[in-house]
Design a protein around this ligand. Sequence first.
Ligand SMILES: CC(C)(COP(=O)(O)OP(=O)(O)OC[C@H]1O[C@@H](n2cnc3c(N)ncnc32)[C@H](O)[C@@H]1OP(=O)(O)O)[C@@H](O)C(=O)NCCC(=O)NCCS
Length: 440
Amino acid sequence: MTSTFNPEAFVRWFRQAAPYVHAFRARTFVVAFGGEMVADRLRFTQFIHDVNLLAALGIRLVLVHGARPQVEAELKAKGLRSRYARGGLRVTDEAALVAVKQATGTMRVEIEALLSQALPNSPMAGAQIRVASGNFITARPFGVIDGTDLQFTGLVRRVDAQAIARRLEAGEVVLVPHIGYSPTGEVFNLAWEDVAQSVAIALKAAKLLFFTDRLPTDANGKVIGELTAREAGALLKKGELGVQTTRALEHALSALAGGVARAHLVSRRVWGATLLELFTHQGVGTMITANPVEQLRAAKVEDLGGMLALIEPLEADGTLVKRNREVLEREIGNFFVIEHDGVIVGCAALYPFPKAKSGEFACLAVAPEYRDAGYGEQLVQACVERAKALRIRKLFALTTRAAHWFLDQGFRAAEPAALPAERQALYNWKRGSKVFVKRI
Ligand SMILES: CC(C)(COP(=O)(O)OP(=O)(O)OC[C@H]1O[C@@H](n2cnc3c(N)ncnc32)[C@H](O)[C@@H]1OP(=O)(O)O)[C@@H](O)C(=O)NCCC(=O)NCCS
């Protein structure tokens, strides 16, 4: 059998993942899933391996789980019927509560066993991950809906965030089931989505991941990769998402409103979805953010690292002129950047030549994976706006590789003589850049 291992692809992937590894260390992620996920044994084992990997990378992990199908099975085995009130909420009577305790207890042991697995040749080899569980959730009864008392079905009343944080600090993975306890000593059956949302808010989590059966798709059936809270709200109103996804998305939105930075919907049917969603640019799920993830703004000194990562390869292949790093830092005020989810993916500068009432549009770069999305055009627009505010009448650019791009943006070809005198003196005839001018 010939090996399909591609060392180049592997190294490229590993490097692509590096910024995420840095960004995620010591951050708190809440990963939430229903009992359906645990029932699919093979997939679940792989998922737990990925969880271990995340823990090994220094991410503080809280796993929240449900047990709807398992509770259902327990009741069925006892010849009992599940009862639901309006909105699909289970009526948890005494008998159902026994089934909940049994199903949840069994699941806890099984999850702990999987997290403890450290067989040689498995991704868990050498892993020493401790799991903590406990009475972190205080609950209260849901109450009565349309005359039906939901009995032991409850709502989260309080999360003991300090206790969870202490366990995370000790390097443990925290497992929180869909169970809560009341000060009167009662046990309540909770919706795991409610628990996940409350835990994520209480811990001010950086991410909340919901595993679900279906993801939101566009008109072509393609998974929608990113949604703002407002777009997600509009999608919910359409009512086309299915019960599980609707519930997950509603709780994701509440979590964002409560201060959680990012929520993700991830399909439990996609192999390796956790890693693909977290460590690749394109992801495989739907990321929901309070505000748009991409932002065009004036550059700051802290952006220099990200800007260099973008322009260095272009300097190396001669597309951009090499800039002195100190000068770049001094002139950072001339730059705009486009930030996408915390990563600098585009930059450009406007260098004013006030005497000639003109300005140079320079150092334009967009990260290869983000090209053809209009970022280049947005950067020109930003520079045009700034130039107008400075009473600049003419924008010029020098390029060796992107002539047609500038034509598309409304620039016209010109001679070096069209440059302001100060700039003409610096024109590098050997480089032979083409000159483009745009009246604004
Ligand atoms: C040039 C560059 C900034 C464009 O960024 P972008 O965000 O992809 O640009 P936009 O999305 O606004 O425009 C994309 C369009 O420009 C075209 N285009 C991209 N690069 C081009 C180039 N070098 N020459 C001609 N056309 C180009 C694309 O084909 C696309 O056209 P289409 O919409 O008809 O398919 C980007 O390709 C880049 O960083 N290139 C390397 C650095 C560089 O050349 N900088 C300019 C030096 S002054």
